[in-house]
Design a protein around this ligand. Structure first.
Ligand code: 5GP
Ligand code: MN
Length: 345
């Protein structure tokens, strides 16, 4: 048995919306990660199984190591097919917004979702969701949006409609948002849910290998380069910074997703509690923040980089050069010195 998280009222509202609407679109955030994709495709397989006209529309590409996910070939990419994607969003009667809390996280797609007359349901686990959906299922205390999809389907009395494809995607979401169950994963319900998903025939060991052991040689070399050539340690702040330029990425034939996980590496160093990964993109500098213990990674993300996120995982942007972004981090670290030096694992 699981503890109840989603309210009866929200379960009922979603059930009614699914029953009374046929054309359904699922959207998720820019550069979809394992949970964004897993939750979206998990819900997609469920809605497909109950014979809804359902499409998953995402702003841009997801990493190649997620492309094995069942249903991923049916996904519509807004950046590749903007007119088709916009039409699907406009024609939708019901839109599920998964794994994000503010419309801005959809990039250029946000305007289309905002103006669509469809009913909208938010299912997410980020703090402080904006008010842009009729039904808001927001639970920052759960591991992943994938977990919420499982909970919602079960609470609607439709556990039997979860097929293996649906279960695999839900598991992928839960696994990737907990770093393969090493953080945000102390809730016993997580393991109850996994046991139920195993009962649907998923091969969890194979899913792990597909996600974490199927990298290109270039990706592994880029990771090594980042650690040996581009990592700075600030012992007085228990902080590490890794930065990569467009040139560095080009030299390693960078593909979308190749830098995922680099930000976690410095946290394996003794007494490092805060890690910042800074990547130069074509139009901006992207920052990822990770922490262990009680230092809120989302604080610098929100206060200085127009971003946000969770306690231990956050992100934001910077306009300027890569060197200036590193400098900015060095300038703000003293502001958090007290917090950081008190932080332990
Ligand atoms: P990542 O470092 O994997 O890109 O992002 C980690 C988490 O930080 C995401 O799950 C998301 O919650 C948050 N995040 C990343 N980038 C941004 C951003 O630009 N704005 C906001 N609000 N949150 C972000
Ligand atoms: Mn998530």
């Amino acid at each position: 048995m699981m503890t109840k998280k989603i309210t009866d009222e929200n379960v009922e509202k979603v059930r009614e919306l699914i029953e009374s609407n046929d054309k359904i679109v699922i959207v998720t955030h820019l550069s979809p990660d394992g949970d964004a994709l897993g939750a979206s495709l998990g819900l997609y397989h469920f809605l497909d199984a109950i014979e809804k006209d359902v499409n998953v529309v995402v702003p841009n590409a997801f990493p190649a190591f997620l492309s094995w996910a069942s249903g991923s070939k049916e996904i519509v990419f807004f950046d590749k097919y903007p007119e088709f994607a916009a039409q699907l969003i406009e024609d939708a009667e019901l839109i599920f917004c998964l794994d994000f809390n503010i419309l801005k996280r959809l990039g250029d797609m946000s305007a289309f979702v905002e103006k669509s007359s469809a009913e909208k349901v938010l299912i997410d686990h980020h703090l402080h969701p904006d008010d842009f959906c009729r039904v808001v299922i927001s639970h920052p205390e759960v591991s992943s949006t994938g977990e919420l999809i499982f909970r919602l389907i079960c609470r609607m009395g439709a556990f039997d409609m979860i097929n293996k494809h649906c279960a695999e995607n839900i598991y992928m979401g839960m696994m990737t948002d907990t770093g393969a169950f090493v953080y945000n994963s102390n809730d016993p319900d997580v393991y109850f849910i996994i046991s139920q998903l195993l009962g649907k025939g998923i091969d969890k060991d194979q899913i792990y290998r597909r996600v974490y052991c199927d990298y290109s040689e270039n990706r592994v070399r880029l990771t090594g380069f980042a650690v040996t050539e581009r990592m700075k340690i600030y012992p007085e702040y228990k902080t590490a910074v890794i930065y990569l330029s467009l040139e560095d990425l080009k030299n390693h034939r960078y593909k979308n997703g190749d830098t995922e996980g680099i930000v976690n590496i410095p946290l394996s160093i003794h007494d490092i509690v805060f890690s910042v990964f800074i990547r130069e993109d074509k139009d901006k500098i992207k920052l990822s923040f990770r922490s262990v213990g009680n230092f809120p990674a989302n604080l610098p993300a929100t206060e200085h980089f127009g971003g946000g996120g969770h306690l231990n995982a956050a992100g934001g942007d910077f306009q300027g050069s890569l060197a200036d972004a590193v400098k900015r981090i060095e300038e703000i670290l003293p502001l958090y010195k007290h917090f950081l030096s008190d932080s332990g694992t």
